[in-house]
Design a protein around this ligand. Sequence first.
Ligand SMILES: NC(=O)c1ccc[n+]([C@@H]2O[C@H](COP(=O)([O-])OP(=O)(O)OC[C@H]3O[C@@H](n4cnc5c(N)ncnc54)[C@H](O)[C@@H]3O)[C@@H](O)[C@H]2O)c1
Length: 362
Amino acid sequence: MSQSLKLAIAGVGLIGKRHAAAMEHMRDVSLSAVVDPSEAGRAFAVRRGLPCFDTLEALFTAETVDGVIIATPTLLHAEMGSACVTAGIPALIEKPLTTRAEDALALVRASEARGVPLLVGHHRRHNPLIQKAREVIDAGRIGDVRAIHATCWFHKPDDYFDAAPWRKKFGAGPISVNLVHDVDLIRYLCGDVVSVQGQAAPSRRGYENEDVAAAVLRFESGAIGTITVSDSIASPWSWELTSGENPIYPATQESCYMIGGSTGAISVPDLRVWSHTGERPDWWSDIAATSLVRENSDPLINQIRHFAEVIRGEAQPLVSGREGLRTMQVLEALQTACLTGTGVTITALDLPEREKTLQFTG
Ligand SMILES: NC(=O)c1ccc[n+]([C@@H]2O[C@H](COP(=O)([O-])OP(=O)(O)OC[C@H]3O[C@@H](n4cnc5c(N)ncnc54)[C@H](O)[C@@H]3O)[C@@H](O)[C@H]2O)c1
């Protein structure tokens, strides 16, 4: 068996604690230190008998770690990601990669120049449901993808916002907090997005953000997508309430993505694959669905397992810095489109051709 890897978590708040819990299920990875200057962070480390540092620099001076999970507020991701790259330590950086695409670009350039891998925490890609949906699409079972419709509707209670006032402030609306996950999955399933149009309605509760928004996406393949988000609609149709991924949400038996192809269609996450029973697609002929077996496993555990493979040089990051950056570009374009009411074209990344070989060997 390979040697056990020592990981540190920077920021042991809501999601940082979930990463720590996920690590408890793994034998070849252990949590060896915490970076968090808060009282709560220190108390968390003390309870586990772990050293706690105020900064990444202090961690790197005192300890040897194989990787860092950055789960601090998004505003700190660029600076902390850069500290890991400078120290040559692979980092799993929570989503979104940074607050601005230009900061993400600088970080990706630095990581690629130094050969230090970044994995972005779009953990839903590590869900076997998504892997299965991608297999169906890649195998051509629905033909060419022509359209996708994604729904991200739920109702956050008022006390969710009262508990953390930053959630009412500009930049913390459901587009950036929630839809970023759906945009990433849609890109993963249907390919890159080249332009976006959008509309948003201001918060009815009087907060600084939208509480409902819709966008039309044009994909590189020529497919078209529609996507809507709201944190003020009481509904069963969101990844959160349909995937069964996180037990804090009730699990419905509904779906939230419908992907339509030239010969069939698939809904996700219920994984029903539809096609006409005749020799060719024909709206006058019978149509039937096959329900694929849903394998369930915790994507946060799968993600850390994958991070260990990346650190060991056994795998390329499933969600590389480039991928996290590209998802951010789409999100920024969507936000601009909603604010200005104009269509926004997404520019190509100003990065060298992708390396095909592994750049980092633990
Ligand atoms: N993948 C997901 O589903 C998911 C879910 C929730 C949050 N997130 C992302 O994770 C990040 C953290 O969100 P959260 O809700 O856990 O936030 P949080 O406020 O609950 O926790 C942040 C933690 O970072 C610590 N911190 C603050 N400044 C620090 C510093 N300079 N150095 C080290 N630690 C510091 C805080 O003390 C706190 O413990 C955000 O980027 C968020 O978007 C991702």
